[in-house]
Design a protein. Sequence first.
Length: 666
Amino acid sequence: MKDEEVAKKLYEVLQEKRCLVILDDIWNTDDWDSLRPGFPSGKVGSKMLVTTRNRELALHIDPGGLHNPECLNGEQSWKLFQKKAFPRKDTDFSICRDKERLGRDMVARCGGLPLGIIVLGGLLATKETLNEWEIVHKNIKSYLGRGSGQRQKTTIHDVLALSYNDLPSQLKLCFLYLSHFPEDFDIPTKKLVRLWVAEAFVSPEFEGEGDEMLEDIAELYLIDLINRCIVEVGVIGASGRIKSCRLHDLMRDLCLSKAKQENFLHIVSGHETDPISSHSVRRVSSTGRIRRLAIFSGSFLPENYKKNPIRSVLYFNKNNQQIESMFEYFKLLRVLDVEGIQLLDVVLPEEIGRLVHLRYLSLKKTGMRKLPSSIGNLVCLETLNLETIDDLGWESTVELPDAIWKMEQLRHLYLPKWCDNSTDDKLQLTNLRNLQTLVNLPANKCDLRDLLSLTNLRKLVLNDSRHFHEFGPIINHPNKKLRNLQSLSMKAGLLSFPHKVIDIQQVVQGCPRLWKLHLEGRIEKLPDCHEFPQNLAKLTLWGSSLVEDVMPTLGKLPNLRVLSGWEVFVGKQMVCLENGFPKLESLLLRGLLNLEEWTVEPGAMPSLRYLKISNCIKLKMVPDGLRSVSTLQELEIRWMPRTFKLRLEGEDFFKVQHVPSIIFLN
């Protein structure tokens, strides 16, 4: 959304409601001036909070409303440091006197700056011996002052640099790779991990110990960077795994600076017709040959890049692009990510087959309609993403050649939701024995028995419910061939739910390691709670139309964190039993068209944070038991009768008055 559109929307909201508007980390007056029309003059009641490190900008916005936060004092600094350097939960833990002496001295040199203290704590959390602490202390003393006056401006950068210098060589590479991503960008963890693997930052010698894959090692690298407070956690998924991460802008400045020193990356932010200057190309690389490109804007690559042995290209703009020149000049490419750009030609050229060194190829959301047969030449590919969802949510049909079976090194394959084979032959899978991820597998265009060869499979998304009945015997194979499955989705791929019944009993018994399950279709009866995988954290049921209340059974699942669905239950009464759903954090009740009464008994859902009620047109009121769910942070009511809304705002408001955010949408 453009700034003008944001300002217009903001104006409309502030005309009707009293709001607290927070503008975080504004850098320049142009940004503020573009948003200023969104604040109606003369309206009282709303408040605005702006955070910035630019004092002149703050004075420009409101000279009388300036607040300068103070740095932490000595004791506050020490408490913050302890939380990061000694992340222990046992109350009996005590710090040895020598470590405390060294620690307090190092903390004092941070000048009360929280980020510096946090990063220093993260660094020392990796040091166990007193000798290691003394080495860090010596390094800090050598070039950090006492954090006062002008010196304070450089203190934070010195502490961040110290944390980088302490990284092992493989973690330095992983950290530098983050320089590809724009400021304030939420970096998808799975994507980042696969990029690291494609760049060979994780040595294959670590793979094969038990069920551990290269991706697991790479994920541990990321967790190490997070524990050192170098990388920040973004979104955490239902299983507790990190779904996205980001860099603090000061840490990103360090990342860009080190990437320049190491000749690691060039960032392109201009056009071919522009002079190659600091305005058109941000030269993160200093001298030498260019190996990596991050393209933030522009439709053409500058000519001088075509003479370099480029190994990776990542696009972050959505303009129309001509990528054919890469196939001619960048024959050593290992990584090509053009996600989200609009290809000028919806038929991918045959020349892509020249990129025989490719390990990672993402054509997601590019408008591509046809893959050439030469794609089969890319025998080194580990990740291939062909998902076609556009910005409006539409998914186009893509013609696939009979060639994917040649890519025996594939580990992650994302097919288009709708695909046609260029021949009548079925999609062959038996050669792809390294596959861990297989998304949008068309059940009607392959032999599902091929799945028995994919013993490393962890995530599977099946499309076309007309063939789901064939999957039961496969998933319940006597040798448990798919025992490593952690995430399973069986999607109808149709506008209506299928009439055939899904045998959920076979599904849960055949996948003991599942933590995520998504089923679309009718279910006659739920299995007993002890038959479900014990680690199941996310369950989505669409169109299951169960006659019996599902809550008593599902409430006994010990690790369930997210429960969602549509038309899950066709009964009139639903009960969440006492002490049920001990870890449930998110509950989405949608399309329960017959539900009239919902009861929440004392002690149920003690961890619930988000509740959505939608299209439950006969439900009279929210349950009294919500009063005791003190953890609830957000309640969303969507497409419910007006009488339900009026009652919730009136006589039933006492049930939800403790909830910070209540949203009504129709």
